[in-house]
Design a binder for this molecule. Structure first.
Ligand code: AMP
Length: 216
């Protein structure tokens, strides 16, 4: 199965993609995680993109396309879920033709709809594990007691001033991707508010149907 998860920052893409991974055995390709790893390791790419990411902007299309294409090819063009890619219509068009060339089109794009208030609340309470990338919510899903608190950090781009520019970037650059995939007949609109389990139940039923259709 080939899926993409789409939605504003803090929509729950990372959390839901891990649940899809558990249930359907899909590999998660998160361009955000690939980029954060490159920054942490101080690679040439990491140094090139660091300022964009911390300011809440997008990484240039060409760079993120190469990262994503490489990861998709490494997964043999199947059994993956894209988390946070594509984020511009240019990326979406490139992705479509890249996958078409390998006869491996996307089967669905899950769009998580979340209000601005919920986004700000979620991102200000989000903390991540510096080494594993695991995501926590200080109130709803706090880090367990056995985890060294020094490893629990706030993402630089979750600081309040970055959150506002990420929302603006989302509106300007990423929102048009919704119409692109709707026209392509791939968009699955999911109400992205509620508990993690509620949201997953909404997604899971659609994906189960898709899996059954494929198996038939
Ligand atoms: P995320 O973890 O998905 O929120 O991504 C963190 C940051 O990485 C974003 O705010 C962007 O700066 C960058 N990034 C991740 N994916 C993309 C993408 N598809 N296009 C451009 N920038 C991206």
């Amino acid at each position: 199965m080939r899926l993409a998860l789409f939605g504003p920052p803090g929509a729950g893409k990372g959390t839901q993609s891990l649940l899809l991974k558990e249930q359907f055995g899909l590999d998660v390709i998160s361009t955000g995680n690939l980029i954060r790893t490159a920054i942490r390791n101080g690679t040439p790419l990491g140094r090139q993109v660091e300022a964009h990411v911390h300011a809440g902007g997008l990484v240039p299309d060409e760079l993120v396309r190469d990262l994503a294409n490489e990861a998709i090819a490494a997964h043999a063009f199947d059994n993956f879920i894209l988390d946070g890619y594509p984020r511009t219509t240019r990326q979406a068009r490139w992705l479509t033709s890249f996958l078409e060339a390998y006869k491996a089109p996307l089967e669905a794009v899950i769009f998580l709809k979340v209000s601005d208030e919920a986004i700000v609340e979620r991102l200000s309470n989000r903390r991540i594990h510096q080494q594993t990338g695991e995501s926590y919510h200080l109130i709803l899903h706090p880090p367990p007691a056995h985890v060294d608190p020094r490893l629990i950090v706030q993402r630089a781009d979750d600081a309040p001033e970055s959150v506002l520019s990420r929302l603006e970037t989302y509106r300007k650059e990423t929102q048009p991707v919704e119409a692109y995939f709707r026209e392509a007949g791939l968009l699955l609109e999911i109400e992205g508010e509620g508990t993690v389990q509620d949201i997953y139940a909404r997604i899971g039923t659609h994906i189960e149907q898709l899996a059954e259709l494929q198996a038939a």
